[in-house]
Design a protein around this ligand. Structure first.
Ligand code: PLP
Length: 385
């Protein structure tokens, strides 16, 4: 008997086709996709320019090797660099969010010569050993010893606890500006600035994990730009190639020094196809001002959910988010509501049993978000009765 690893809790739907913000099952049932395959579908399913780029590049050259020049990587580097705020910067292309974070952690250790890393409670940085260690939650680590040591988790939101955890061996802090898996929890500006300032003071690298929140989703190209921060390295992935596996780690020229031929590598990272597609995706995001769109649509949508919360007291505990990275925390376990939403044709994510997490394509039509809000209101009104 051949079976897949049973490591995912499956949604009660199997999309076989997608178009824009919609997916369809084999019977043709339409679902509005507010989940985006987990913040991956950034410019919509089967975007015509994306499809065209995939087919053209696959027909030209799908992949060769990082042992040869690849000008598509340079095009991507220019486009990502223009968004990053760095003057001189370096880009390393890889295959996933966890790998991008691993790269940033290796870089920090190499650059500082120090051996310890700080991360935050409720964070999520990936499932590889180092990123699992940085994800200081038992539910991700249990049973997987040996967990690499040198990682310490400090409470999210407490600057003095962070300061107290710093030692002369601290190489880096790894942080999500908006915790995604943690239930959509944006940092407060003052706290974010305080952490960055302490890093500067102590020579600690400030590594920002933009894997889920990055690339226009929060209403700016990068979430850290909301607070005018200057990360020493940025990791990103999910939205970058709109569904093709790709990760990236960006850093300053200065911090990258010492990484020479042989210091680090990957076989697939930045292949011709993924690089061409990612360069196209970033171009479309910028051309269509998807950051501004995410900011205004997300803001209005969150307001509409807050109004629902007021009209139906006791149903919604809190609405949190930035741009189109939104968490609606219900006042009770949300599974039945989440399932009913799917039954009525709306897919979102359910996290921590109480948070409906929305990570839609950044070009989702406004009326679709309204339809979701109306449907949610109807479900909540009926649940109350
Ligand atoms: N970092 C953050 C903030 C994430 O949300 C995720 C995935 O959900 C990761 C890292 C890991 O990314 P991947 O699953 O591509 O390894």
């Amino acid at each position: 008997k051949m079976e897949l690893f049973d490591v995912y809790s499956l949604y009660p739907v199997e999309p076989v086709r997608g178009s824009g913000s919609y997916v369809y099952d084999a019977a043709g049932t339409e679902y509005l996709d507010l989940y985006g395959g987990h913040a991956v579908i950034s410019i919509g399913h089967a975007h015509p320019h994306y499809v065209q780029m995939i087919s053209e590049q696959a027909a030209r050259l799908g992949f060769y090797s990082n042992s040869v020049e690849n000008s598509l990587q340079h095009t991507l580097a220019e486009r990502l660099g223009a968004l990053s705020g760095y003057d001189d910067y370096r880009l390393f292309l890889c295959n996933s969010g966890a790998e991008a974070n691993e790269n940033a952690l290796k870089l920090a250790s190499f650059h500082t010569g120090r051996t310890k890393v700080l991360a935050f409670s409720k964070a999520f940085h990936g499932r590889t050993y180092a990123t699992m260690a940085a994800t200081g939650q038992e539910r991700f680590q249990d049973g997987f010893a040996p967990i690499p040591d040198g990682f310490k988790t400090v409470p999210w939101g407490d600057r003095s606890e962070f300061e107290a955890a710093i030692t002369p061996k601290t190489a880096a802090v790894l942080v999500e500006i908006v915790q995604g898996e943690g239930g959509i929890r944006p940092m407060h500006a003052e706290y974010a600035k305080g952490i960055e300032a302490l890093c500067r003071k102590k020579g600690i690298l400030f590594l920002v994990d933009e894997v889920q929140g990055g690339l226009f989703r929060t209403g700016k190209p990068w979430a850290f730009q909301h607070f005018d921060l200057k990360p020493d390295a940025i990791s990103c992935a999910k939205a970058l190639a709109n569904g093709l596996p790709m990760g990236a780690m960006m850093t300053t020229d200065e911090v990258s020094k010492g990484f020479v031929a042989g210091s680090h590598a990957t076989t697939f990272g930045g292949g011709a196809l993924t690089s061409a597609v990612a360069a196209k995706v970033v171009q479309i995001m910028k051309r269509d001002h998807l950051d501004e769109r995410a900011a205004s649509l997300g803001g209005e949508f969150m307001e509409s959910i807050r109004r629902i919360s007021e009209s139906h007291p006791g149903t919604i505990k809190e609405v949190r988010g930035l741009g189109l990275m939104i968490g609606i925390e219900l006042a009770f376990p949300a599974k039945a509501v989440w399932e009913e939403l799917i039954r009525r044709g709306f897919i979102c994510n359910l996290s921590h049993e109480v948070v409906l997490r929305l990570l839609p394509a950044l070009n989702i039509p406004e009326e679709d978000l309204r339809a979701f809000a109306d449907t949610l209101e109807d479900i909540l009104a009926n649940i109350k009765k």
